[in-house]
Design a binder for this molecule. Structure first.
Ligand SMILES: NC(=O)c1ccc[n+]([C@@H]2O[C@H](COP(=O)([O-])OP(=O)(O)OC[C@H]3O[C@@H](n4cnc5c(N)ncnc54)[C@H](OP(=O)(O)O)[C@@H]3O)[C@@H](O)[C@H]2O)c1
Length: 366
C-alpha cells in the first residue's frame, strides 16, 4: 500500500460508501465519512464499521452534512478543518433509487457534486468521483471509458443528473483539479457469496417478476444489463485511492458480467415456485392490457426500469483492468443464480419449492 492518506468519503453510510470506508480503514488510511440521515456504517458483510465523532485511531470520523447545501452545510470550523486536512476525497453520496422528480436528482447528484468540488478546490485536493456506467443513457453498442456526452438520450433523470455531475468533474479537471471517475454498472451482491446489504433496484425487479406481480415486460430476449459485485466496486475504488496518481485524469468502468434478459427468465425458471416473465416487443406492449393490479405495479415500479429491458450495451473496461488485476468473476448467469440464492436465503425472495431432484431424494429417504 502507498503511504496512509487522510481521506473523506461522502455517502459513507451507503451500500458502496460503507464498504469503501471499511476497506480504506483496513488499509491503514485515516478516514472521515460524510453522513446524512443514516449515521451508522454497516459494511456489506453486515458487520459494523468502527466510527466515532472525534476520529480516534482505527475509526471512521463521522461528519454530518448535506451535499445539497453550499459548504455541505458544515460550520466554518469543520469546513476549514476538512479543507486543510485531506489528501483525497471519494465522492459517493447520491440519490440512487428511481422515481423521484428530476429536481431531486439535480439537487443531490449534480449540485451536490458541485458542492463537493468546492471543497476539493480549496486546497486542490484530489477527487475520486463515483459516477455510473449508465451515463451512456440508452445508446447501444460498445461504451468506452473515455466517452461521455455523445448526444445520448437518457432512460431516466438519474442518468441525466449523473452525466451533468461528471461534466462538472471534467470541467474542474480541465482547470487542473486532479480527478478520477469510477463508473459502476448495476451494483449487486458479492462475487463469491451473492451477499448484499441492501435489496434495491434489480432486486425489486426480481421480486416483482418472481412473485408474478408483473407477468409481461416490453423488451428483448437479447437485451443485456451489466451486474457488478459490490466487493469489486469497493476494491476498485480502494485501489484507485491507494494509487491515485496513476488513475488521475482517467475514467474507469467498474463493471462485472453481462446478463441477458433470456438469462433472467432461464434462471428464474430453475426455481419451481418462481414465475417467469414473458417478453413482448415494445411496440406491442400496452399497459392498458394489464390487469388493474399489474398495471399499478407497472406504473409505480417497473416502468422506471423499462429502458433497461431493451438495451444492448457492453462496457469496455481497459483502464479499470489495470487496477484490479486479472478479472475473476462468475459468468452473468452464475452470478445471477448466486445473488438470487442469497436473496432467497435472506428471505427477500420467496422460498422456492424443492426442485425435482431434492423432492425425489426426500421421498427416497423415507
Ligand atoms: N447502487 C448501484 O447500483 C449503483 C450503480 C452505479 C453507480 N452507483 C453510484 O455509486 C454511488 C454509491 O451508491 P450506493 O449504492 O452506495 O447508494 P446508497 O446506498 O443509496 O448511498 C448513497 C448515500 O448518499 C447519501 N446521501 C444522499 N443524499 C445526501 C445528501 N443530500 N447529503 C449527503 N449525503 C447524501 C445517503 O445518505 P442518507 O441515506 O443518510 O440520506 C447514502 O448514505 C452513487 O454515486 C451512485 O450513483 C450506484
Amino acid at each position: 500500500m502507498s503511504k496512509p492518506k487522510r481521506i473523506l468519503v461522502t455517502g459513507a453510510a451507503g451500500l458502496v460508501g460503507a464498504e469503501v470506508c471499511a476497506r480504506l480503514l483496513k488499509a491503514g488510511h485515516r478516514v472521515s465519512g460524510l453522513v446524512h440521515h443514516t449515521r451508522v456504517l454497516i459494511a456489506n458483510s453486515g458487520r459494523g464499521v468502527a466510527s466515532s465523532t472525534d476520529g480516534r485511531a482505527g475509526t471512521v470520523r463521522l461528519v454530518t452534512g448535506d451535499v445539497t447545501v453550499p459548504r455541505l452545510g458544515l460550520d466554518d470550523d469543520t469546513w476549514t478543518d476538512l479543507a486543510n486536512g485531506l489528501d483525497l476525497i471519494v465522492h459517493s453520496a447520491a440519490i440512487t433509487d428511481f422515481g423521484h422528480p428530476r429536481e431531486v436528482y439535480q439537487a443531490i447528484n449534480t449540485t451536490g457534486t458541485a458542492h463537493v468540488l468546492e471543497l476539493a478546490r480549496e486546497r486542490s485536493t484530489p477527487l475520486v468521483h463515483v459516477s455510473t456506467a449508465y451515463v451512456c443513457g440508452e445508446r447501444d453498442g460498445m461504451i468506452l471509458e473515455s466517452q461521455l456526452d455523445v448526444g445520448q438520450r437518457f432512460g431516466n433523470p438519474y442518468e441525466e443528473s449523473k452525466l451533468a455531475a461528471e461534466q462538472l468533474v471534467r470541467k474542474a479537471a480541465a482547470e487542473s483539479l486532479p480527478t478520477a471517475v469510477i463508473r459502476p454498472s448495476v451494483v449487486v451482491g458479492a462475487a463469491r457469496t451473492g451477499a448484499v446489504r441492501d435489496f434495491k433496484n434489480l432486486y425489486v425487479v426480481l421480486k416483482l417478476l418472481s412473485e408474478g406481480r408483473i407477468g409481461s415486460i416490453p423488451g428483448y430476449f437479447d437485451a443485456c444489463v451489466d451486474l457488478v459485485p459490490v466487493d469489486h466496486v469497493a476494491a476498485l475504488i480502494t485501489a484507485v485511492a491507494d494509487d491515485f496518481d496513476r488513475a488521475s485524469d482517467r475514467t474507469l468502468h467498474a463493471v462485472g458480467s453481462s446478463v441477458r434478459m433470456r438469462h433472467i427468465s432461464d434462471v428464474l425458471a430453475e426455481y419451481p415456485s418462481f414465475h417467469v416473465p414473458r417478453y413482448i416487443a415494445p411496440a406491442n406492449f400496452d399497459p392498458a392490457m394489464l390487469s388493474d393490479l399489474e398495471r399499478a405495479y407497472w406504473h409505480r415500479v417497473m416502468s422506471l426500469y423499462e429502458s433497461y429491458f431493451r438495451r444492448q450495451q457492453h462496457f469496455d473496461d481497459t483502464v479499470a483492468a489495470g487496477f484490479r488485476g486479472p478479472k475473476r468473476l462468475p459468468s452473468g448467469p452464475n452470478h445471477l443464480r448466486r445473488i438470487i440464492d442469497y436473496a432467497v436465503r435472506a428471505g427477500y425472495l420467496g422460498a422456492p419449492l424443492p426442485g425435482v431432484t431434492e423432492a425425489l431424494s426426500r421421498v427416497n429417504q423415507r
